[in-house]
Design a protein around this ligand. Structure first.
Ligand SMILES: [Zn+2]
Length: 161
């Protein structure tokens, strides 16, 4: 199975608003397989969004604590209750940063065959889904930080070469 290179924080593809999937075809199934293989290729990888492998379409995969799967064209409902925890991104490896997120989410989308799916998640998995679905809108988790904190984050994530 093809493990694909992961794009880093400074790659413009991570800033594109990804296109909705229209055709639930073989190409989509290959993309889900490539995303899953790439997520599973490293330890501690809990999620990945298609733009992170250079494909600006609305597909994410997730795997945490025995719950794994994929979502096509996902939409999120967020709980009012928030929680702050350390978060990281495979596009900025080894930099962890505290971030407030909703504690509970309901994600609705389709599977690779076009069948409707609903995923309810809390805690870490809820955080993963919020993080990955943000990627589909060109949003990086540093965008949620205050300006001064974002600068510190970027200095660590993208050290001057
Ligand atoms: Zn990420």
């Amino acid at each position: 199975m093809t493990v694909r290179p992961i794009r880093t924080f400074d790659d413009p593809v991570l800033r594109v608003v990804a296109a909705p999937v229209k055709d639930f075809d073989r190409e989509l199934r290959l993309l889900v397989k490539a995303l899953t293989a790439t997520m599973r290729a490293g330890s501690g990888r809990a999620g990945l969004a298609a733009p992170q492998i250079g494909e600006p379409v609305r597909v994410v995969v997730y795997s945490y604590d025995g719950k794994s799967g994929h979502l096509v064209n996902p939409r999120l409902e967020l709980s009012e209750r928030k929680i702050t925890a350390d978060e990281a991104c495979l596009s900025a490896p080894s930099v962890w940063w505290p971030l407030e997120r909703s504690y509970l989410v309901t994600a609705r989308g389709r599977d690779m065959f076009g069948k409707p799916v609903t995923v309810r998640a809390l805690g870490v998995l809820a955080r993963v889904l919020q993080h990955e679905i943000d990627h589909l809108d060109g949003v990086l988790f540093s965008d949620h930080l205050e300006a001064a904190e974002r600068e510190r984050f970027l200095a660590e994530a993208l050290p001057a070469s």
